[in-house]
Design a protein around this ligand. Sequence first.
Ligand code: HEC
Ligand code: HEC
Length: 274
Amino acid sequence: MPLSWLSWKLTSLTRLAGVRRAGCLILTLLASLTQAEDILSFSANPDLDASMVRSGYRFLTPETRSLQDDDFANPGYLWVDQGRQQFHDSGCNACHQEGALTGAATRYPQLDPELGLINLEARINQCVEDRLERPALKYESHALLSLSAYITNLSKGRPYQIIVTGAAEPHFTAGREYFFSRRGQLNLACNQCHDDNWGRMLRGDKISQGHPNAYPGYRLEWQTLGSLHRRIQDCDTGIRARPFPPGSTEYTQLELYLAWRARQLGLESPGVRR
Ligand code: HEC
Ligand code: HEC
C-alpha cells in the first residue's frame, strides 16, 4: 500500500489549503499506523508561522518585565557597562570607534572564510587572538560575557540580518534538524515545547517560543548573566540529553536557525528571565 505516497499527497493538499495543523494530525495518525517515523518529516512547513512570532518577553510576569525594562534595575546592565569599560581598557577601541559596532550583533552567526560558522563570541575572540595577540577568552567567562553583552546591546531593537542561503545553508539545515530531533531520556525535540506548546505552563515556567533575542541575558535562577548557549544547555539538560559545550558547532548551527526563526524580532539583550 503506497501509504507514503498517500501521506505525501495529503501533505501537499493540506499545504495548498494552508491547513497545517490538520495536516500534522493526519500525518501523525498515518505515522502511527505504519510506524514509519520518516513520514513525520513530510509534514508541511513545520516552522513557526511568521505571523505568530512572539518574543520571550511577552511570556514574562509583569514584575520580570519591569525589571528588564528599567536600565537601572536590570542587572544585565552591570555586564554591559563593564563590557564598555573593557572595550576601552583592552584596546579594542584602537580599531573600533565608540558605537562603530552598532548593528554588528544582528549579523551573527555568520560564515567566516577561515573559521567556518561563527557567532559573535567567536568573532570577538578572533580579534582578541589575532589582533590583540592575547589568549582567547573562555566561553561564559566574565570577560567574554561583558564584551558580548556590550556589543549586542548596541544593536538593541534591531532585527536579525543573517544569511542562511548559499554556503551557510548546510549549517542552517543542520541547526533546523537539531531543533526538530527528539533527544534525551525524555525523547523530546525543541519544537515539541517551543512550537507546539508555547503559552502552556511547565514547572512554574510559561513556555515561550524559545527565541534567542534576549541573550546574553540575566537569569534570576542563575543569579548571573549567561549566553544563549548556556540557556540551550539548560533545555537539553531538562530533557536529560547530554548538552554540547557552549561555542560548539552544533549550538552555533542551532543559533543560526533560531535567529532565522526569530528574524522579525528586535534584539533585546540584556533580557531578564526567570
Ligand atoms: C520540555 C520542554 C522544552 C524543551 C524540549 C526545550 N525547551 Fe527551551 N525552554 C523551556 C522552558 C520551560 C523555558 C523557559 C521559559 C521560556 O522562555 O520558554 C525554555 C527556554 C528556552 C529559551 C529562552 C527563551 C527566552 O526568551 O528566554 C530558548 C532560546 C530555548 N528554550 C531553546 C530551546 C532549544 C534550542 C531546545 C532544543 C534543544 C529547547 N529549548 C528544548 C522548555 C523546553
Ligand atoms: C588591530 C585592530 C583591531 C583590534 C585591536 C580589534 N579589532 Fe575587532 N575587528 C578588526 C577588523 C579589521 C575587523 C573586520 C572588519 C570589521 O568588521 O570592522 C574586526 C571585526 C570585529 C567585529 C565584527 C564586526 C562586524 O561587523 O561583524 C567585532 C564584534 C569585533 N571586531 C570586536 C572586537 C573586540 C571586542 C576587540 C577587543 C577585544 C577588537 N575587536 C579588537 C580590527 C580590530
